[in-house]
Write a protein that binds this ligand. Structure first.
Ligand SMILES: [Zn+2]
Length: 57
C-alpha cells in the first residue's frame, strides 16, 4: 500500500498496490485513483483561488 493525501480530511490515505483505488481510514473516503487525481486537481485550483482572493483583500 502506498500513502497519498486524502482530499477530504488531508490525512493519509492508502493507494492500493495496483493503483486503482484509494481509501482513507480516518474519514472513510474511498474512490478510484482516476477520480482521486481529478479531485486533487480541483482542490489545487480552489486553493489557488483562495490565495488570490486573500491577496486582493
Ligand atoms: Zn480522509
Amino acid at each position: 500500500m502506498l500513502d497519498a493525501k486524502c482530499p477530504e480530511c488531508n490525512d493519509r490515505a492508502q493507494l492500493s498496490d495496483d493503483m486503482t483505488t484509494i481509501k482513507c481510514k480516518k474519514c472513510g473516503y474511498s474512490d478510484s485513483y482516476e477520480n482521486y487525481i481529478e479531485k486533487m486537481k480541483t482542490n489545487a485550483i480552489n486553493l489557488a483561488d483562495n490565495f488570490q482572493f486573500k491577496g486582493n483583500v
